[in-house]
Design a protein around this ligand. Sequence first.
Ligand code: NAP
Length: 305
Amino acid sequence: MSEYKNRAIVLKQRPQGEIQDGDLVIEERSVRAPGDGEVVAQILWLSLDPYMRPRMNDSKGYMDPIGIDEPIVGESVARIVESRSDKLEVGDLVTCYSGWQEYVTFPADAPMVYKIHQKDNVPLQTYLGVAGMPGRTGYCGLMYVGLPKPGETVVVSAASGPVGTVVGQTAKSEGCRVVGVAGGPEKCDFVINELGFDACVDYKAGNLEADLKAACPDGIDVYFENVGGAVTRAVAPLLNNGARVPICGYVSAYNATDMARWKHLSTFSRLWIPCPSTAFSSSLNGRTSIRKSRTSWLHASPVEN
Ligand SMILES: NC(=O)c1ccc[n+]([C@@H]2O[C@H](COP(=O)([O-])OP(=O)(O)OC[C@H]3O[C@@H](n4cnc5c(N)ncnc54)[C@H](OP(=O)(O)O)[C@@H]3O)[C@@H](O)[C@H]2O)c1
């Protein structure tokens, strides 16, 4: 056992629908002393991603469910505070799959441990967002599955989140007309005025079908699916012949109480495997090169995060 006082957010019981008090609790957990080749890292930034909710259910998706009494899974930005490895030194910054806790011990060569070479202008938390897993997912999903062409109309749901942000700004840089879908005027304002999308439809305003049709006068060539539900139903009639629909996620179903109805979603998730460097890829080269390209973009400042 090491000297660190560690608090972890632990799954105590599986949520039924929305997460309730008592489903997750904060507990003190010991930190294992590092063995040969291992390091201890202090977590600086934790990621909170939609996929964590389905992993609290007792059903196998593309990854195993979180065990009861185990910390909630998740990627983080961490600083190495102790090292018994020549691969990482004390003070190095990494992204790692630590789960929601303050300290963690792991082998320096564990999967999903990547050293951060921080660039000016690029805040550390960005390595969990635009320059991290969601950003890679959005970039790969759009470029490898969506195949956007100049002049086409690209629609992306959950437009103000890290995936949508990268999808929309990448599509803009490919010369597309870009329409976001987001909830509420504040998010839509951000999507248009900060991110530079051509339009944004507020799906909570009550006129989804009509507003989306007005925002897409030439129909939709690429729909980047993040949410499912009513937004997908509004998109479907507007899809042009030959349209592409990268299916990235279905947030509207993540709190469902009847998960049997949504079993097909894990199949869709597995279809991302051919796309290099998503959460499932083992391609280190792809991962680091995409991270470099996103951070260079941020460094040069055209991308909001
Ligand atoms: N396949 C992969 O490898 C992979 C990797 C990363 C992410 N993903 C998926 O990508 C999607 C976006 O991820 P993100 O991290 O960028 O998420 P995010 O935008 O930070 O969060 C999801 C957003 O979805 C919107 N939302 C919630 N319920 C909704 C509903 N019923 N209808 C419409 N919108 C709803 C909310 O925004 P509003 O306030 O605008 O409603 C919420 O902020 C998620 O589905 C996630 O699971 C997949």
